[in-house]
Design a protein around this ligand. Sequence first.
Ligand code: ME8
Length: 535
Amino acid sequence: YVSAVTSSAPYYLTTAIHYPNGEPHIGHAYEMVGTDAMARFQRLDGRDVFFLTGTDEHGQKMAQTAEREGITPMELATRNAAAFQRMDDEVLDVSYDRFIRTTDQDHHAASQEIWRRMEANGDIYLDRYAGWYSVRDERFFTEEETEVREDGQRCAVETGTEVTWTEEESWFFRLSQYQERLLELYRTRPDFAAPQYRFNEVIRFVESGLEDLSISRTSFDWGIDVPVPATGEAPSADHVMYVWVDALTNYLTGAGFPDEQSEQFQRYWPADLHVIGKDISRFHCVFWPAFLMSAGIELPRRVMIHGFLNNNGEKMSKSLGNVVAPADWVARYGLDAVRFFLLREFPFGADGSYSHEAVVGRKNADLANNLGNLAQRSLSMVAKNLDGKVPTPGELTDPDRAVLDQAAQLLEISRAAYAEQDFHHALERTWGFLGDVNAYFAEQQPWVLRKTDPERMATVLYVTLEAVRRVVLLVQPVMPASATRLLDLLGVDAGGDAGRTAASGTGPRSFAAWDDALVPGSELPAPSGVFPRHE
Ligand code: ME8
């Protein structure tokens, strides 16, 4: 996808790349939906967006799962990468620009180049690693970070996963040398990570002191080869990179690294936003900036750390049997209701829970009633009483002006909220306004005015449709298909290509049209319901 608007400011955003050792679950879907809403908002707002997502295919976990299934790691990765891509394309309508697989050739080149740079900077040395490793988390733990369970198994305290004793020759990264520079980064760029309470955990971790990091493995070979060292001691075995070194580098690969002179890199690096979950904040806010500092590459602008999604307040897990497939959810409630629920129900940074009742509640109250019904009632009145043409407003009263003024301010409110990935707040304010419009509609009683004062009825219907128009423009990033249908019903011009979506016919309307009010007298299509109730 190449944007036609090459003059607009670039905006590069990424999701975490997901482990394809299993099928995607609703936690993965949550991250995709939030990042997709962000990407769509920026496109509608005129930015030249590049949106990267993909799969993290190396490491011991992939190697072990493949072995258990009796297939090669590449076969496992290929099968499940396709499942992730199907979720993005066919289930969630995610508008990504590249789906990267860490087995892609250009990614090997990028990973080896960042390694060479860190080595050239004197930050990589050969030693032996002896300690605990969690394959599930693909993460090293110190003795103090582990405990022995009742059944005698040693586990990581933080994540509860099993750890195994690992002793092997390893390359190390001098992370301990970066403590001061990282703290300086956090001090000078307080927006580097959010939300604040999750950022604070990272800062406390760095303040408590950093140890050098083991960044290669020798006990298996499913990974990217460590480049031959330029000078010094030669390793006694073949090393592959620790999976997190290669995984984090995907963000550079997506921007065209190591070709730093390329148009792609010049345009999109540094990344504007990395969206990740709370369990991997340390990798993104500590290791990643340290690697980049070492390699002499500019740092990303922001890391947004989202919370975890639980099932009815319970952690999702295969053993509890409560893992929900995103496709089942979407089949049950409809895509836009799911997307809306995920972003409206709780702040993106916080943990949240879903239940059947909560989803149906949002679908019926917020979508079917507050938005769907308001649009449907006003549009049918126009169809029945005004020849299906946009009404011509008469003189405006104070209540009319109050609605129109409030509506006009919604874009700025949403812009500020999206700048902090606070989708929840953007939707809360928008639906708060919809509540006011519903109250206005009920008070003005256009169905009574139809007999007593038809001119006034036309004004009330015009004001209502204008309010709905602004609201629907703003909810496009969250519910692209439904918003497009409603904008069609409102007769809003389909101009521009500020965004795109597979599922929608006429396509998105750019925020450049924010002040293009409905034109009185123009013909509207026959109304139909867009937000059905969940029975
Ligand atoms: O961590 N709710 O991959 P992953 C919300 N490959 N988000 C969740 C979640 C839940 N219940 N469970 C997981 C990895 N996530 C690495 C990332 S990035 C260079 C490498 C989130 O498949 C999780 O926090 O285990 C992460 O952001 C993403 O899903 C992928 O998790």
